[in-house]
Design a protein around this ligand. Structure first.
Ligand code: AMP
Length: 117
């Protein structure tokens, strides 16, 4: 069950501030509070889903497509990472170290990530 008492739900609803990068109908993107590299942005979905599995199960194909197009557009156009390259990832569950139970993708870049993962 999705628990509304999570940080990203509060950011989505304006209860907690964020350093916003981009927003549309399906996603909100903002800078990670504890960046692991020079450019670290989170793209959270607007639906109340805990992880990727729930997101793909509960979301229409058009919205899923728009969400992933949004992620690549933010990385390549908004953050200008197309030429230098970037990494996109999502964590699911304890072994992955998922901290916030609201589906989101990390965009990492701005420097070489070979030593990060
Ligand atoms: P995950 O482990 O995939 O759930 O990642 C959660 C990410 O959210 C971590 O990288 C945290 O640094 C980041 N985070 C936690 N609270 C905030 C916040 N208030 N604003 C921005 N990023 C946050």
């Amino acid at each position: 069950m999705y628990d509304k008492n999570n940080v990203f739900y509060k950011i989505l609803h304006g209860v907690i501030p964020c350093k916003k990068v981009f927003e549309n109908d399906v996603a909100l993107a903002f800078y990670d509070l504890n960046p692991v590299c020079k450019v670290h942005v989170l793209v959270i979905c607007k639906k109340e889903c805990r992880n990727l599995e729930e997101f793909v199960k509960e979301t229409s194909a058009d919205e899923i497509k728009l969400y992933f197009k949004t992620v690549t557009s933010i990385a390549e156009k908004t953050l200008n990472l197309k030429k230098s390259g970037y990494r996109v990832l999502t964590n699911t569950g304890d072994d992955a170290g998922q901290e916030i139970q609201h589906f989101h993708m990390h965009i990492l870049g701005g420097e070489s990530l070979k030593s990060v993962l």
